[in-house]
Design a protein around this ligand. Structure first.
Ligand code: TXA
Ligand code: MG
Length: 326
């Protein structure tokens, strides 16, 4: 973590404008929502999204929620489904996050959705959040503004305590009204699936949708085992710690010692750049016609831990035990 504390300012018009400009420049801005404070960055900027993961200090990549100013903007990034439309009409703006199929032409960073074919969308019902989203003029990826393993931040002071100057600005909008994260519901199919209980109750969702599937332990049948642990992985398990490509392989390189001509996660060996490129490059190399991917070794430090976590899961899909949802 960087030294010092992030700058905390009152959420005045001028400061919200400034925060919006910082987001467009690829910087991190913490902001209040009605649920909890979010640590936001331009969702279309891979490098800015990588900076969120670096600041969170999480040893793996969780998909992030993409925040929009208006419900109508969702269709720019995802395909709206019947179930999604129904719930959005009832609960947006508000504490409901909808997981929807990603559009092929979506400009949202693949790192923001951890390489998945879906994107989690939320339209917050908080004046400061709304004005910031308008000022940023971008979809804003934002996890809860706490460092990995610490309690969720519901005041600007919590955020200031948790982060350093890697966060450019903390917009202070007072304590969060709800203080509990949004409810996450997968609406990619006909039956909505409760992925994370939160601000909007299951009863309220049921009343609108008519039905709701919930994972075990949340009071309902599990539609597909392992649903909570869905991860992107290339179709063929990659070979790790490769030095060069063997016959039939394609090399995904890293660093300065890489063979010339290979696709390189970061030719200079910068882990943030590598994180920003990871999912897009894996997808580019994962073609039916190409062989398996051989990945050069990545240092096990900082964002390298999250990159290696993902690569190891892809290499040995059977031992996927990531159960963390927050
Ligand atoms: O209230 C909230 O939801 C706050 C505020 C800032 O909006 N945000 C928040 O984000 O709690 P985060 O990153 O801490 O939690 C996001 C949750 C995680 O459980 C993640 O797994 C899930 O949403 N999620 C995000 N994208 C997903 C996707 N494409 N498919 C399934 N789950 C997804
Ligand atoms: Mg969280």
């Amino acid at each position: 973590m960087a030294d010092g504390q992030p700058c905390r300012t009152e959420a005045t018009d001028a400061n919200i404008e400034r925060a919006g400009a910082l987001i467009r420049e690829g910087r991190l801005v913490a902001f209040p929502t009605e649920t909890v404070y979010g640590l936001g960055a331009d969702a279309t900027d891979d490098d800015a999204v990588a900076a969120i993961f670096a600041a969170k200090g999480r040893p793996h990549f969780n998909p992030l929620i993409v925040h929009l100013a208006e419900p109508t903007q969702a269709e720019r990034y995802v395909h709206m489904t019947e179930a999604g439309r129904l719930l959005a009409r009832a609960f947006w703006p508000g504490g409901l996050t909808l997981v929807l199929p990603r559009r092929m032409d979506s400009t949202v960073s693949l790192l923001a959705s951890a390489g998945l074919d879906t994107i989690a969308i939320r339209v917050p019902a908080h004046d400061v959040a709304h004005r910031l989203l308008v000022a940023a003029d971008r979809p804003v990826a934002a996890p809860s503004a706490n460092r990995s393993g610490s309690v969720t931040a519901t005041t600007a002071a919590h955020v200031v305590e948790s982060f350093g100057i890697e966060v450019a600005l903390v917009l202070d909008g007072g304590p969060c009204r709800i203080g509990l994260e949004s409810t996450v519901v997968d609406v990619t199919g006909d039956i909505p699936i409760l992925l994370r209980p939160g601000a909007i109750t299951a009863e309220a969702l049921m009343a609108v949708a008519g039905h709701l599937a919930a994972p075990e332990g949340l009071g309902g049948p599990l539609r597909s085992p392992g649903m909570l642990e869905r991860h992107y992985a290339p179709s063929k398990p990659p070979r790790l710690n490769a030095v060069k490509a063997e016959a039939g392989e394609t090399l995904l390189a890293f660093g300065t010692n890489a063979p010339k001509g290979a696709l390189n996660l970061s030719p200079s060996g910068d882990l943030r750049e590598a994180a920003a490129n990871l999912f897009a490059m894996l997808r580019a190399l994962d073609q039916p016609s190409s062989g398996r991917i051989a990945v050069m070794s990545i240092p096990e430090e900082g964002l390298g831990r999250a990159i290696n976590d993902r690569l190891r899961r892809a290499a040995t899909p059977a031992v996927d035990t990531n159960r963390e949802r927050r």
